[in-house]
Structures are given as C-alpha cells and as structure tokens.
Design a protein around this ligand. Sequence first.
Ligand code: 2IP
Ligand code: CA
Length: 383
Amino acid sequence: MADLLRLLLRVAEKAANVARVCRQEAPLFQLLVQEKTGDDKNKKFLQDFKTLADVVIQEMIRHDVGAQFPEMVGYIHGEESNKFENGLGESVTVTVCATEQGTAALLASVLDGDETAASLLARAIHQDPESTVHAGTDGLTVPLSPSELGIWIDPIDATSQYIEGREEVLEEGHLSPSGLHCALVLIGVYLRSTGEPVMGVINQPFNYKDPAGGGWRGKHFWGVSCGAIRVCSVSRPSDRPDQSKGGRAMSLVLSSSEKEVVKEALASLCGPDKLVYASGAGYKILCVIQGLADVYVLSEGSTFKWDSCAPHALLLALGGGIVDLNKCLQPSSEPDDHQAELVYHQSNTECKGADRWANGGGLVAYRDQAQLHSIIGALRGKV
Ligand code: 2IP
Ligand code: CA
C-alpha cells in the first residue's frame, strides 16, 4: 500500500493548493464562509465556519482516492457534509466532476453564478501538483489491502486560524501558538477491523512565505505504523540530539479553553512555565510529533476522529500514541493498556450529528510512555 501513501501525499498537496488559492482571492474568500447549523455544529464554538474550500477539498480527496482504489469507496469519511447552500437558499451537492469544466459549472451554482471564482477553484482541483519526490516512500512495502482500510479526512483543521489568516514567521524548533500555520490538511487511514490507525499524511499549506513575494510554500509529514513496519518522515526524538530528556522537565501543549483544574494539576507536575497553548487539534499533535512539545492533554470531548486519525499514525510510528484520557483515568486501567488507544471504526451511537465521531473522553497525545504515565498519575482523582 505504498501506492496509497504516495497518492495521499499527492492529493494532500493538491488540497493545500486549493486552500492557498482560496485565501489569495479576497472576494472569493468572503464568499466561502458559511455558518454551520443544527447537529453538525461543533458545540465548542458559538459560531463555527464551514468553507466551500473545506467541502471541495474533502470531495476532491474522496474522488481521487476512489478513482485509484475503488474498494475504498464508501469508507472515505470526512468532517464536512457535501450539501452546500448558496446565497439564494438553494441546496447544492458539491462533487468533483470528470472534467474541470463540469466542476466549474457545478461550483458556479454554489457561488451564485460567480464564474471567475468557480473556474479558479475548479482549476486548482483538477491540476496535478508539481511532482515532488517523497523521500523514504520508494521501496516501502506495506502489507495491507485497500479492502481492509478506511479513511478520515479533515480538509482544513483549525478553520478559525485559516479564516483569520494571521501570518507568522516560524522559528525552527519553536512552537508558534496561533496563525495560518496552524491550519492543516489531515488524511488518516485506519484498519476497518480494529480501528487502529496505520497511515497518516499531514500537509501544512502555510509553512513558509517567500519574503521576495513568491507566495506561500507548504510542508508535508507522513507516517506508517503496521505491525513491525514503523516509518515516519519525522525522525524519532531519541535520534535528535537536542531532544534528549536528560533532566529536562516535560513540556505540555493545551487548548486555550482547557479547564483550570486540569491546568493546575499539570502545572504542579511540570511547572507553570512548561504549559503552552496553541490553536488547532491537529497542530497540537503535530507539535508533539515534531518534539516542539512532549505531550498534548485535552480533558474535553471537543476533537473528532478526523482531527486525530492522521497524526495518531505518525505518533504510533514514532513509538508514541494517543489515548482516551477518561479510559486511562478509570481505576481499573493498567499502565501500558493498549485498550485505551483511540480507535476510528466505531461511532458513539448514543450521540447525534458530529458528536457521534467525537473523541468523547478527551485525549493525551504522547511520544514517551513514561511521560504518559506521569500525566495520568497527576490527573487521577482531579478531573
Ligand atoms: C477544530 C480545531 C480547533 C480545535 C477543535 C477542532 O477543528 O482544530 O482549533 O480546538 O478541537 O475540532 P482548539 O484549538 O481549542 O484545540 P476545525 O477547525 O476543523 O473545526
Ligand atoms: Ca478539525
């Protein structure tokens, strides 16, 4: 299934292009912002944003993966519903058509006849990205077949940062709490039978802005975790000289909306200056993957399967993982209990709308088991 990995890297790059094109055209960007309603609303925000870019990217990934791997059609899920309402109150189902012209015509009906915007978008969707060499994917063998796999897509995670659009210059080795770089394209692959994540691709569309006016460049990350095969485009922390743990207190990344009681318990474990806050569930997990933070703790059920599946595969490939915090806090839970790792194949049947796919017990994303155990120890009986 190394073919699937290469395809996902290519579609994620296409997705990043679409995300960049949508921001480049200011009037187009205004048109794209819509509010979510009803059960699909992420209860965390008073007002959540749904962009046409999100829907279009998700459908493009679904289309491209389904074309190469027909066995996966029906198992490609995402955050967004592809029903879109235009300014006239008409409901349009957004799909990617066989031709660029067909897609442009469909998009024009969503964009109230704005053909310029529709053609721009359709071009980005149908254009193949410049062929890039994905180091490490050649010669990789993944013993899986498409009929065993399902996919979770988050077309743009941290939509609020994407919409706000603040530009930050990223400093090597440092976590930058908010801004456009927090927006990520996340594509995760899981085993239908067990729900275990096996492959993940992350694309950061706004990683670097050319100071000479050449626009934004993205960056991608990938990982495979399948039995004994554990490969990641990011090197293991132990292989990075600057990341050795010798005497260094662990650093934690949290959501700015984290509960006081959790912050207090964690501050007494590693010191208040070791708690940092950042936007985007995917970006926070990426910080753990990159070693910019050791652990991400979230006590609430405000993330979803599409937020965590892709980065979870990278963490597994690095020897870490993502566990359900509530499960770990149960008195019966044993350290090293793999039952607590998040899985991706079953919905919370008692919930409605997006909450059916929430990581309802909160989570801890970690690279190091020992650090996970200290976090659980510090939170037990307090949350
Ligand atoms: C959101 C986004 C938010 C995050 C939330 C996710 O996804 O990543 O930033 O909240 O959990 O579901 P926070 O930043 O407080 O961690 P989206 O932007 O795709 O809705
Ligand atoms: Ca998300």
